[in-house]
Write a protein that binds this ligand. Structure first.
Ligand code: ADP
Ligand code: MG
Length: 876
């Protein structure tokens, strides 16, 4: 167990005037209120781990308060640092800092990457997120479209914000850029305390996963399976001042309340935690989003430091005292931090391992920078895909849950409608029979009761039956509120009463999902409570967050005739039934669309992976062409060198060969340069370019051969010519045998030369064929290249069309959902009307019953009178 580190930072006074008072005296790690209106103040003295006066820089604060946490985070511990204090006391200055003196966040980010650089035996994966809690709603600052995010909890991930954008990063600059973009989305309000006053809590979060590297292996395979996962939260809280001081109203008031609500729960949590383990009892982490997210940092598994910022001016003394009291309580909290090692697949590093290894293999030989970029891209893609899938899963779960609820409600509605219909039928039956009875009675009583003709005499029985039916309905409505069951005229209540939240809170431990925050939270953060809380009072949420009770609805006008009301009633029931049927149809339609969309999603995912595979193949083609050209060149060089080795006499054949080798080399160089152009950039050479080039080469080659052949023939002729006079010179001589011998020699030589010439011609021919084959191979490869290019373009087109289609379908789904919501609203309205109607109906029945009683007694009385009169007349 280690205590939370708590420090206080005094902001420099705003004006020189305010500086002259010097109300707070800082002495080492103690701060005391020095004098108030020239009289010393006793009891206002507090000691903390560190107290930083106005001259202290962010660098020093980071050094003393956060550096150790950052070191621990890199080693696998959770860490949290947050700034608490009234608006304008310097929280944001401390967390964000300025360009000259960067704040804790900036320094922490840099420090983390520096430390990672130094840790050569571990592999790291870092992802960041940035969120804001505004009006008790979580807003994603890295993706503005992600609003009203929910907190969830799972065994593997602990408490997490579902759907929050996370970016994988591999250097500090990326993180700072992300923070900058997130900062733009923050809500700023204005109060009369500070022009730029933050009305929200922001949480900058870094998740650091690391794994031991196997240094012996070149392929970065891992030696151990355990992955360390740590979370760093850097929190800039909203102003902790009392609401009354902001002078806010309207929207501001709402913000003020919520801000204090979160801070109040934070205060409650801190106060409870500071009570020591024995007296703690239930810690209300789940009562606000802020405390739920920061749960590990408060009395849990994390190293935590709190920096409380205070304003030195006299006008802020009360607030400052409040902050210091809060800080004193926080100082007593002990946390129990430990390295988080996991062996399951919950760590992203582990889940992505295989994909990264595949990519590494594919990119072997690439520059390390390219490799790193590709890996980062792939990692982010994989993460986005996972987040998307997680979001879809949540939506599906939510949809299933609400569908179950809808079905349940529909079933209940059906039962209610059946009850009501049977009620109406029985009321009709009794109504008619009673009317007959009454007519019989009226016949016996001579026109005395003419004024009551319209009344039904037997309504009493019908009314009794109907009442019993209505009781049943009331029970359905109020199953959570048994008190109302005995009160026939109480408004049926669908919504749980004010005590429902209190009751639910005791079941928090059994509800792992969303925080059951109350809808309304009036009268929570009044000044008194707030001040009391700063002194350690634990606000009793159960007693103060009473939702005002629902008003009893006034009955609809009762001057409708019973017949008319019954008809209307039947009509209403029919309408309601129709509405129900429609709602069920719509639900089925929605189900169908949802299933369709799921299959479409699957199909698109398959298509995308197929396209990626093909694109990969396509990218490999220029490389293969290059290899082919290199092979051809090798063959060519081999052939030439063989030929050259057989002719090394400097003759014309050797000249021819060297000229050929020159041409061949230049041809292959051109080929290679074209290929590298195709590999590097989009520009590639056309077929015409190639033909042109080939023509030039052939012309050059033919002219060389022709010139060689003509020079060869010339030399032979010259030789013959020079030989002729010689033979003449020796004509007269008797050395005929010698001449014959020379002639023979010469003809042999000529023959050999001719043969050589023939061989060379053959070689040339075969070389030409080889060149031609090369050219053809090149042409086919080029054609293939173009085809693949076209295919890629068409695939790109298909992908973009598919995404458009997907967007369209999503739009349609949203529209359908909207329609469905309107319909459910309508249905709720109808239900309300039925309720009102049943109450009015019961009221009517009751009055009819009482009237019937009166009426009966009058008839009795009249009958008795009649009898007396008849007797009297008989006596007379
Ligand atoms: P809060 O975030 O608590 O509302 P801010 O950080 O925005 O307050 O600070 C209010 C003003 O005071 C800002 O202009 C800020 O630059 C200034 N300020 C706060 N603390 C310091 C400090 N230690 N040194 C210099 N200026 C400060
Ligand atoms: Mg601020």
């Amino acid at each position: 167990m280690e205590k939370i580190c708590v420090a206080v930072r005094v902001r420099p006074p705003v004006t020189e005037e305010s500086a002259s008072g010097a109300y707070w005296k800082v002495d080492d790690n103690r701060i005391s209120l020095q004098k108030l209106h020239d009289s010393p103040v006793s009891g206002a003295s507090y000691a903390f781990d560190h107290i930083f006066d106005e001259s202290c820089s962010n660098a020093k604060i980071y050094e003393l308060l956060t550096r150790d946490i950052i070191r621990a985070v890199v080693e696998g511990f959770n860490g949290t640092a947050f700034a608490y204090g009234q608006t304008s006391s310097g929280k944001t200055f401390t967390m964000n800092g300025t360009e000259k003196d960067p704040g804790i966040i900036h320094r922490a980010v840099k420090d983390i990457f520096d430390r990672i650089q130094m840790t050569s035996d571990r592999e790291f994966l870092i992802r960041v997120s940035y969120m804001e809690i505004y009006n008790e709603e979580i807003i994603d600052l890295l993706a503005v479209e992600n609003q009203k995010l929910q907190i969830h909890e799972s065994l593997e991930r602990g408490v997490f914000v579902a759907g929050l954008r996370e970016e994988i990063v591999n250097n500090a600059e990326q993180v700072l850029k992300l923070i900058e973009s997130g900062e733009v989305n923050r809500h700023f309000g204005e109060t009369n305390i500070n022009v730029r006053s933050s009305r929200s809590h922001t949480i900058f979060r870094m998740v650091i996963e690391s794994k031991e590297k196997d240094t012996n292996s070149v392929n970065h395979f891992y030696s151990s399976d355990a992955i360390r996962v740590s979370v760093l939260n850097l929190v800039d809280l909203a102003g902790s001042e009392r609401i009354a001081k902001t002078g806010a109203d309207g929207v501001r008031l709402k913000e003020g309340k919520h801000i204090n609500k979160s801070l109040m729960i934070l205060g409650n949590v801190i106060n409870k935690l500071s009570d020591g383990a024995k007296n703690r009892g239930h810690i209300p982490y789940r009562d606000s989003k802020l405390t739920r997210i920061l749960q590990p940092a408060l009395g849990g598994n994390a190293k935590t430091s709190i920096i409380c910022t205070i304003a030195p001016e006299e006008v802020h003394i009360e607030e400052t005292k409040g902050t210091l009291q809060f800080a004193s309580r926080a100082k007593r909290i002990a946390n129990c931090a430990q390295v988080n090692e996991i062996l399951t697949d919950a760590a992203l590093l582990k889940r992505q391992k295989q994909e990264i290894e595949d990519l590494r293999k594919k990119l072997q030989g690439s520059q390390s920078e390219v490799l790193e970029q590709e890996i980062l891209k792939l990692r982010n893609d994989l993460l986005k895909y996972e987040l998307e899938r997680e979001k879809l899963e949540m939506e599906l779960k939510e949809e299933r849950r609400s569908q179950k609820e809808r079905e349940q409600r529909i079933r209940e509605q059906q039962i209610k409608i059946d009850n009501l219909s049977s009620l109406v039928t029985s009321s009709d039956v009794h109504g008619n029979s009673s009317q007959d009875c009454m007519l019989m009675d009226l016949l016996t009583v001579d026109g005395v009761l003419a004024n009551f003709k319209t009344l039904k005499t037997e309504v009493k029985y019908a009314s009794e039956e109907q009442d019993s039916g209505r009781y049943r309905i009331t029970e359905d409505y109020n199953d959570s509120n048994s008190k109302s069951q005995g009160e026939p005229f109480r408004t049926p209540c669908f919504k749980a009463g004010p005590n429902a939240f209190v009751a639910k809170r005791s079941q928090y431990s059994t509800l792992p999902d969303c925080s059951p925050l109350p809808d309304t939270f009036s009268n929570v953060a009044d000044e008194d409570t707030w001040l009391k809380m700063n002194r350690g009072y634990i606000a009793d949420l159960d007693s103060i967050q009473m939702t005002p009770a629902r008003k009893v609805q006034s009955f609809p006008s009762s001057d409708v005739t019973p017949d008319g009301s019954n008809k209307n009633y039947n009509q209403e029931v029919q309408n309601l039934k129709r509405q129900l049927e429609l709602a069920i149809e719509e639900r089925d339609e929605l189900k169908r669309k949802h299933a369709e969309q799921l299959t479409l999603n699957d199909r698109l995912t398959c298509e995308i992976s197929e396209l990626q595979r093909e694109a990969q193949l396509f990218q490999e083609i220029p490389q293969r062409l290059c290899e082919c050209a290199a092979n051809c060149k090798d063959i060519y060089v081999d052939v030439l060198s063989m030929t050259q080795s057989s002719i090394s006499d400097g003759s014309s054949t050797a000249k021819l060969l060297s000229s050929m080798s020159e041409i061949g080399a230049s041809l292959f160089t051109t080929l290679e340069s074209h290929f590298s152009m195709a590999l590097d950039g989009p520009r590639s050479f056309t077929e015409n370019d190639f033909k042109e080039y080939r023509k030039v080469l052939f012309e050059r080659f033919n002219s060389t051969i022709k010139s060689l052949v003509s020079s060869e023939t010339q030399s032979i002729q010259n030789e013959q010519v020079t030989n002729l006079p010689c033979s003449g010179e020796y004509k007269g001589c008797a050395v005929g045998g010698e001449i014959g011998y020379w002639k023979e020699n010469l003809s042999d030589e000529l023959h050999t030369i001719k043969e050589r010439y023939h061989d060379l011609e053959m070689e040339l021919q075969s070389n030409n064929q080889l060149l031609e084959a090369c050219k053809q191979r090149y042409d086919t490869l080029e054609a293939e290249f173009l085809l693949l290019k076209e295919e890629r373009d068409s695939l790109h087109k298909m992908v973009s069309e598919s995404s458009k289609e997907l967007a369209l379908v999503t739009d349609q789904k949203e529209n359908v959902m909207k329609d469905f919501n309107t319909e459910s609203h309508k249905r709720k309205g109808l239900e309300e009307k039925i309720k009102q109607f049943s109450v009015a109906f019961a009221c009517r029945k009751m009055s009819l019953a009482s009237f019937h009683g009166e009426f009966k007694s009058k008839i009795e009385r009249l009958r008795a009178q009649n009898r007396v009169l008849a007797l009297k007349s008989l006596e007379c």
